[in-house]
Design a protein around this ligand. Structure first.
Ligand code: ZN
Ligand code: ZN
Length: 510
């Protein structure tokens, strides 16, 4: 076993790094963003022909969180080949809001430790590494990438340079007339909205329209206010290692509820999660090493995925007095293990990590920097561990008469206030077999005294009258029986063991 090498899976040491100036990007400001990335004007690839946005303007909405065009195809009769990508989410709509896949927390060549630690050889961006990142976002059909580069080299780059513009990409201009985001144009017709941010020590502003170098690296109420004053979102990564009393003072918009490295970093595992520090080696090795036919390496999270309990507690406790958005942090740098997995791709590829899980922001109106940031600011997000399958139809909201409270929002307890949750089904386009997955919803309530499981259920929508104030969350757990054909000889070790599939945003009842 490549213990030392795999242990490096965590290193993303974020200090040091010599500086060099990145090249000027080729982006030239144009008149602005396209009206929408979902107009159907662009060709889609393969068999996933999804109807255009006309289906989302008919006003037809199901109460189970499912629009007609969203994965509305027949299930395959035989197992389909493993898909390194993910199906288009066009048509996936709830109450007039569309779900988009977002990556929150990823590093490009503007981070000193990305691209095998040498992101800009001789001061020139590692274009091969950038092409890997671009291809990863395109094939997994990520709709929005909130990048989070470290100050070295991010502060040496302009915001426009941080947009990773190449080829036919289109800059998106902000109110000041400068580029604040870009549409990455993919060969498969997909488009990715790139919105830059910075991860600096213990803070991670998202959606920066200008640099705020004085604030970077300072975890204080004043520095978070500085970044909010320029329109960015106040976020922290690696929540599991943070002090709650300090976090409570920062005026945060959101925090990471799940972070990949918390499951793979020996120190974090031992110190904050109470796990065997080296246990991840046992967890991941069946997917990458050994004789005989190996499982699909993209399914490695079946081996290592564990809840980040301290981060969940942080949300629940801070949430007693403030609203917070959740996110899952991919934190990919493509800097860990260049050796190849059985699929011929490097073990730590951008694509593989981005394929493991993502965020589903529920956006009002056409996708644009402002609407994407508004969805995150409002908290209308849920985390999907999509390596296990693409879910369709998940919903969680509160209802009092006609008034609806979406995920991430606060609502005052009142007579008849009801929580409504709909279980998802597996998208027919997702890799699967004739076996059906077990799907279980769990509704939790947290008060200052702790967490209680209010209900678990496996069929139909849940409706439950709110018993009182608290932080309410839904988790969906999957027993991945449908994945057996992709797991070879070790299938029996995984197909009966439930894994997290969805973490809802919280609803904060006061
Ligand atoms: Zn890093
Ligand atoms: Zn990071």
């Amino acid at each position: 076993m490549h213990g030392a090498a795999v242990a490096a899976m965590v290193l993303g040491g974020c200090g040091g790094g010599t500086s060099s100036t990145g090249e000027a990007s080729s982006g030239t400001a144009t008149e602005g963003p396209p009206a929408s990335s979902t107009t159907g004007a662009l060709p889609t690839t393969g068999s996933d022909s999804i109807s255009s946005s006309s289906s989302s303007s008919t006003g037809e909405q199901s109460t189970t969180g499912e629009a007609v065009a969203c994965g509305d195809t027949a299930a395959p009769e035989v197992p389909i080949a493993w898909d390194p990508g993910q199906p288009d989410l066009s048509g996936c709509e709830v109450r007039g809001q569309r779900d988009y896949r977002a990556i929150v927390h990823v590093h490009s060549h503007h981070s000193h430790d990305a691209c095998d630690g040498d992101p800009q050889p001789d001061g020139v961006p590692d274009e091969d590494c950038l092409m890997d990142l671009r291809a990863a976002l395109c094939v997994t059909r990520i709709d929005v990438a909130f990048t989070t580069d470290h100050p070295t080299h991010a502060t040496e780059a302009t915001i426009e340079e941080m947009l990773l513009i190449r080829g036919d990409d289109e800059p998106v201009l902000g109110a000041g007339g400068t580029a604040i985001a870009s549409w990455m144009v993919c060969a498969n017709g997909h488009r990715v909205l790139v919105i830059p941010g910075v991860e600096s020590g213990s803070m991670m502003p998202l959606g920066l329209e200008q640099h705020v170098p004085d604030a970077y690296g300072v975890s204080s109420p004043a520095s978070f206010q500085q970044i909010k004053d320029v329109g960015a979102l106040a976020w922290v990564a690696h929540t599991e290692s943070r002090d709650l009393a300090e976090l409570a003072t920062l005026g945060l918009d959101g925090l990471e509820l799940y972070q990949l490295h918390a499951n793979l970093d020996p120190e974090i595992r031992e110190q904050y999660l109470g796990l065997d520090p080296a246990g991840f080696l046992t967890d991941v090795s069946p997917f990458f090493f050994g004789p005989g036919p190996l499982p699909v390496p993209d399914l490695a999270p079946l081996g290592f995925l564990l809840p980040n309990e301290p981060s969940i507690v942080a949300l629940e406790q801070l949430g007693q007095s403030q609203r917070l958005t959740i996110s899952a942090g991919t934190d990919a740098h493509q800097n860990v293990l260049p050796s190849k997995a059985s699929d011929g791709e490097r073990i730590d590829s951008y694509r593989r990590m981005i394929r493991w899980f993502n965020n589903r922001i529920r956006v009002v109106g056409p996708l644009a920097p402002a609407t994407a940031k508004a969805a995150l600011r409002a908290g209308n997000n849920h985390i999907v561990f999509e390596a296990f399958g693409t879910p369709i139809g998940f919903d969680f909201h509160a209802r009092a008469g006609e008034a609806v409270t979406e995920m991430g929002a606060e609502v005052t307890a009142s007579a008849g206030l009801t929580l409504v949750a709909a279980l998802p089904r597996l998208d027919p386009r997702s890799p699967q077999s004739s076996e059906t997955p077990g799907i279980e919803g769990r509704l939790y309530r947290a008060t200052a005294d702790g967490r209680e499981l209010l209900q678990s259920w496996t069929e139909g929508p849940l409706e439950l009258v709110v018993p009182g104030p608290g932080v309410y969350r839904v988790e969906v757990w999957m027993t991945p029986r449908q994945l057996a054909p992709y797991l070879g000889e070790v299938a029996a070790s995984y197909t009966d063991k439930p894994v997290p599939w969805i973490y809802s945003g919280a609803i904060f009842v006061r």
